[in-house]
Design a protein around this ligand. Sequence first.
Ligand SMILES: C[C@H](O)[C@H](O)[C@H]1CNc2nc(N)[nH]c(=O)c2N1
Ligand SMILES: N[C@@H](Cc1ccccc1)C(=O)O
Ligand SMILES: [Fe+2]
Length: 290
Amino acid sequence: MTADLHIHAAPPEGAAADWTIPQNWDAFTREEHAVWDTLFERQAKLLPGRASTAFLRGLDALRLSDGGIPNFDDLSERLMKLTGWQVVAVPGLVPDDVFFEHMANRRFVSGNFIRRADQLDYLQEPDVFHDVFGHVPMLADPVFADYLAAYGRGGLRALELGALPQLARLYWYTVEFGLVEEDEGLRIFGAGIVSSSAESVFALDDPSPHRIGFDLERVMRTEYRIDDFQQNYFVVPSFDELLRVTVETDFAPLYERILPRPSIPVAQLVEGDRVIHRGTQAYAAAREPA
Ligand SMILES: C[C@H](O)[C@H](O)[C@H]1CNc2nc(N)[nH]c(=O)c2N1
Ligand SMILES: N[C@@H](Cc1ccccc1)C(=O)O
Ligand SMILES: [Fe+2]
């Protein structure tokens, strides 16, 4: 199974109207399962003491360490009992409205392919390791599970209100790259971090990125980059607080206030005429535009 890098307007051949496809678990080769196992073992070593307790508990509760790419029917059965979520297969990126519709109905979509053994560290599109290892453990947490379902409903609303980029930043800085303050210290929970060996160290240990207390309006105004380690991470005090703030706030007036204002750019570190992306440098602060 290979990635289809294009976002089609209509579901591709073999996909249902909601873009889902059968996982066809039997079609994964030994090599593909071995890629999962390699990635899994690498992260399993790194994450104790780095990942949030909710994430580590989810890994256990869902038995993701059983070995090989998980069978979505078994996984969904376990997840359904815990929080009412399911995991469904899609060929690759799906249109925004389809993505939100599934989420609002507690279906998490996962790319039905895995990176090749020579691409362990970087890929352009979310594969089953990112989607399932990265995202699904958090869905075993009842509070986070409610947050993501509410986010799906919020997504459909943001589309109507013309505020998708603003709402997408909330996803980026929580679901993909969020940090959480725990009693023992800062922990990672964003799927983009926990599924990356380099960033799961960088996000907590590197001195260069900004670690900013969660503020809804600031998050929705802050741009992000998708091709490098983050320069900005936002820290939520707890998942209860994240859920409370996002559910209790009516986003419509917030969008109205934010949309006419400039967004907060990601600072770029420049050397001569060359932009240096690597996050091991000290970046200039992401300042509020005047
Ligand atoms: C926020 C925005 O809708 C986002 O880019 C969506 C689009 N479609 C997607 N489709 C898949 N399969 N996975 C994703 O993470 C997304 N993200
Ligand atoms: N309260 C948001 C919906 C939402 C909830 C939770 C997360 C994201 C969005 C709105 O009014 O649109
Ligand atoms: Fe993701």
